[in-house]
Design a protein around this ligand. Structure first.
Ligand SMILES: Cc1ncc(COP(=O)(O)O)c(C=O)c1O
Length: 391
């Protein structure tokens, strides 16, 4: 569809099946045929993922197709693939692009479960090196002859480090390695990594794409042939998305642009306010001039998103007081929904990481990660202010 981002978010790939305005959910595990020939054709087509041709939902399903086409269009990629979760998307990319003896270079301070998956690769005969994605030279020096993938998560979770996707893509391209970008935090509304030279984009669609903290999913976007190979991996490993979740995520994407604007505006207001609060030692938000990669973030992306990290004075005791006193802001993992969420990496997402590794990444006991929601910014700030007064 040749139209603007808002229009494509709403209208791209809607099927209007049976005259329905909204693409219906095809909540079926299997598909019925009249003849053997028809069954054979459908199985062949569905395994090739060339619609129309559906045989079994683990291979493909029309509700997946609608979501995949919409996300491919928004990310400006050739094709997309829906998976059961963001982790299923990441695992699918790894086990499709890499085999025994291959090497991955990954950004270091990334979502803990992604880091944990990559740390297990040697047990499956693959190699991994973690590098500083804010220093392209560090990524370059870690690339080896057998490096197949460079994995970036930008901005990163939880510290919002920003990577120069274009520069790293150029470095990796010269060495024959593909660049994968986890675009969960900014979404295609603010950042389109494929246009910046990356090869593959992944999403935890559980977050901003679905946007309502009520479902789970993942999406991979990239070249058609690679996506077909990813679909084979999903068919073999079973990490398929439930059609109902595909429907919910497709529905969520229709309001993605306006939600991202509001998340971003609220996050900027909260970050600016936090910076002037005496009980707050540090604030990390790519939209603040104090963020070390603020200029780069402004150059690469159209906005800064809804995630803020800050450090309260008083370490663990200070963090506990704030987190247990806040009323409007909920203490919860995950992100990207209407409700503002506060998360304490040291006791929640990064609990299993040894304290010295956490310290090396800059994750202190006073650090709080905030998913700024869609409430009124003044109410979010008032809630934080009341909680900070108790410190
Ligand atoms: C940046 C990022 N990538 C990937 C994931 C994994 O996604 P999921 O929880 O949908 O498997 C998360 C989850 O929090 C995340 O924050």
């Amino acid at each position: 569809m040749n139209a603007g981002f808002h229009t494509r978010a709403i209208h791209e790939a809607e099927t209007h099946l049976g005259g329905a305005l909204v693409t219906p959910i095809c909540q079926t595990a299997t598909f019925k045929f009249k003849t053997l020939e028809e069954a054979k054709n459908a199985i062949e087509l569905s395994l090739e993922r060339d619609a129309p041709g559906y045989a079994y939902t683990r291979f493909s399903n029309p509700t997946h197709t609608a979501l995949e086409k919409k996300v491919a269009s928004l990310e400006e990629g050739q094709a997309a693939l829906a998976t059961a979760s963001g982790m299923a998307a990441i695992a699918t990319v790894i086990f499709t692009a890499m085999k025994k003896g291959d090497h991955l270079v990954s950004a270091g301070g990334i979502y803990t479960t992604t880091h944990a998956l990559f740390a297990k690769l040697p047990a499956w005969g693959m190699e991994v090196s973690f590098a500083d994605q804010t220093r392209p030279a560090d990524i370059a020096s870690n690339i080896k002859r057998n490096t197949r993938l460079v994995f970036l998560e930008t901005p990163s979770n939880p510290l919002l480090d920003v990577a120069d996707i274009a520069e790293i893509a150029e470095i990796a391209g010269k060495q024959g390695a593909r660049v994968v970008v986890d675009n969960t935090f900014l979404t295609p509304y603010y950042q389109r990594p494929l246009k910046l030279g990356a090869d593959i984009v992944i999403h935890s669609a559980t977050k901003y794409l679905s946007g309502h903290l009520d479902t789970m999913g993942g999406v991979i976007v990239g070249e058609k042939d690679f996506l077909k190979a990813c679909a084979d991996t999903v068919t073999l490993m079973g990490g398929i998305m439930n059609p109902f979740n595909a429907w919910l995520i497709t529905r969520g994407i229709k309001t993605l642009p306006i939600r991202m604007e509001k998340h971003s505006g609220n996050a900027m207001a909260v970050a600016r306010w936090l910076e002037n609060e005496p009980g707050v030692a540090k604030v990390r938000y790519p939209g603040l001039a104090s963020h070390p990669q603020h200029k780069l973030a402004s150059k690469l992306a159209g906005g800064f998103g809804g995630m803020v990290a800050f450090e309260v004075s008083g370490g663990l005791a200070g963090a506990r007081k704030l987190l247990e006193t806040a009323r409007l802001c909920s203490l919860a993992v995950s992100l990207g929904g209407p409700e503002t969420l506060l998360e304490h990496p040291a006791t929640m997402s990064h609990l299993k990481m040894p304290p010295e590794d956490r310290a090396a990444l800059g994750i202190s006991d006073g650090l709080i990660r905030m998913s700024v929601g869609l409430e009124d910014a003044e109410d979010i700030i008032a809630d934080l202010a009341a909680a900070l007064r108790k410190l």
